[in-house]
Design a binder for this molecule. Structure first.
Ligand code: HEM
Ligand code: PLO
Length: 482
């Protein structure tokens, strides 16, 4: 029988021992849709038992702001989950690590090293632009037949992240790059299937094919990254860090030197490895998935693609590559990116949070240890706050004067202490990739094909189902490849 808890005043689904509320969670729907449907019956704030775990689900933006921002610290914990514990050697990372001084230090390290690349230097921009060049060449070499853009996009994004994390750039077809893509794919397919909500904790009890495959991919990842780590250690110098791995190694040395730093607070090789692996995985999956969603929507709305290209032609032209300083002149492009992250958030229920102390949501007491899921899907589709929420309409991010606006119920990166550390990197990449692609290439449907299915499939992130495109070079593009 589950441990008895003080009764919560939040409406709760029925439950039975061991399985919790599982029998009341109808089979096929992924969590974000299931929870959205349950709001019709239980209201926007309700609770359920995932196995033995009392879990509160938040479905409106006021409550989400309470959890993430106003009482962000109270809810900044993370539960431990079977697959992510395996992935991160028991939480030696950032995203799945519980709130601790160590987690804080890691976040700061990663954050600082990203700003190092982004601000003041054009390094990040140059990395992305050179990857865009090869992506365009690769897409255009595919001829006029329809093809799945996903492998080329994933390769381009992977290449950017490899440069950032360990300074490796790969040529098309490189064996190591293939290995990286393969193991990452294996992890994506096996980790927390059905989203990050670990509904099935007994996976551990019945060892299965999935867990075996996950372990295998983790071994390949560890071998590859350990090798990079050793190479970086051998080359470590006193100057500014050159890539993320470099920055982490320097942070590790500083933490070792620090006064009275106890065993618990010292960064180890394990931590460096887990953080690098995570930045890598997060960097690849989120950005490539978002780009593929955008392309899918542009195939549905050729008029939006034309408007984007018109904006680009008028403000950048075809004689030079787009750069970050063009961003202010391309408001519609930003709106398309935002609208896509609204209508298909890659992380529809964020990562589970836990209450680290007794707290409250919407005036209801919430006990320490409670799990909290923020259903960003229902917030991004709330008819109270969005006109026609199922319609893809980038103009909703423009005001009457044509200025960009960000509504308060738009939080694709989360908010507060656990907000995405990669937000500015992701925004930079999405902007440069999308603008450069549309400056040089037009995308259309293969003759006779229906437009892509927009339903999506929830793996570790919400992905579009595979679809095909035809690409054609744009006449106006005369800019030199860098
Ligand atoms: C966390 C979204 C790109 C690294 C998150 C969270 C969301 C998110 C929703 C969870 C917030 C929460 O649990 O409250 C996105 C989106 C991206 C993106 C939409 C791109 C379109 C990236 C990139 C990186 C990254 C490029 C790194 C290279 C992380 C990390 C966390 C995180 C490390 C965990 C933060 C923590 O728990 O303290 N992201 N992300 N993300 N993201 Fe991103
Ligand atoms: C993707 C597969 C990698 O091999 C490991 C990995 C690390 C970090 C995860 C990422 C995966 C999926 C997307 C996540 C990211 C941390 C933040 C991000 C969950 C599992 C989001 C969207 O929240």
């Amino acid at each position: 029988v589950p441990k008895s808890r003080p009764r919560s005043s939040i409406p709760c689904l029925p439950r039975i021992p061991l399985l919790g509320s599982l029998p009341w969670l109808s089979g096929d729907l992924p969590p974000h849709l299931l929870f959205t449907r349950l709001t019709h019956r239980y209201g926007s704030l309700f609770a359920l038992y995932l196995g033995p775990h009392f879990t509160v689900v938040v479905n409106n933006h006021q409550h989400a702001r309470e959890v993430l921002l106003q009482r962000g610290r109270d809810f900044a914990g993370r539960p431990s989950m079977v697959t992510t514990d395996l992935l991160t050697r028991g939480g030696k990372d950032i995203a799945f690590s519980d709130y601790s001084p160590m987690w804080k230090m890691h976040r700061r390290l990663v954050h600082n090293s990203f700003t190092l690349f982004g601000e003041g230097t054009n390094r990040l921009q140059d990395i992305v632009l050179s990857s865009v060049d090869s992506l365009c060449a690769e897409l255009l070499s595919s001829g006029r037949r329809g093809f799945d853009p996903s492998p080329a996009v994933t390769r381009a994004v992977t290449n950017v992240v490899c440069t950032l994390v360990f300074s490796a750039t790969y040529r098309h077809g490189d064996a190591e790059l293939q290995e990286v893509i393969r193991y990452n794919d294996g992890i994506v397919q096996t980790i927390t299937r059905g989203g990050l909500v670990d509904i099935y904790p007994w996976m551990k009890v019945f060892p299965n094919e999935c867990l075996r495959k996950l372990k295998e991919c983790i071994i390949i990842r560890d071998r590859l990254l350990s090798q990079k780590l050793e190479e970086h250690k051998a080359l470590l110098s006193d100057g500014d860090p050159y890539d993320l791995l470099d920055a982490l190694l320097k942070g590790k040395m500083d933490s070792g030197r620090g006064q009275g730093s106890s065993e618990g607070e010292r960064i180890t090789d394990d931590h460096v490895l887990m953080i690098a692996a995570e930045a890598f995985g997060a960097g690849v999956e989120t950005t490539s998935t978002t780009l593929l969603w955008i392309l899918a929507y542009l195939l549905h709305h050729p008029e939006i693609q034309e408007r984007l290209q018109k904006e680009l032609d008028e403000n950048v032209g075809g004689d030079r590559p787009v750069c970050m300083s063009d961003r202010g002149r391309l408001p519609y492009l930003d709106c398309v990116i935002n609208e896509c992250m609204r209508i298909r958030p890659v992380s529809p229920v964020l990562i589970p949070h836990t209450a680290m102390t007794d707290s409250s949501i919407g005036g209801h007491p919430v006990a320490c240890g409670t799990r909290v899921l923020v259903n960003m899907w229902s917030i991004h589709h709330d008819p109270e706050h969005w006109d026609d929420p199922d319609l893809f309409n980038p103009d909703r991010f423009l005001d009457d004067q044509g200025q960009r606006v960000t509504p308060p119920c738009f939080l694709p990166f989360g908010a507060g202490p656990r907000v995405c550390v990669g937000e500015s990197l992701a925004r930079l990449e999405l902007f440069l990739f999308l603008s450069s692609l549309l400056q040089r290439i037009s995308f259309s449907l293969p003759h006779g094909d229906p437009p892509p299915n927009l339903q999506g499939r929830l793996g570790v992130v919400l992905q579009p189902l595979p679809y095909k495109v035809v690409v054609s070079p744009r006449a106006g593009w005369g800019g030199r490849e860098k």
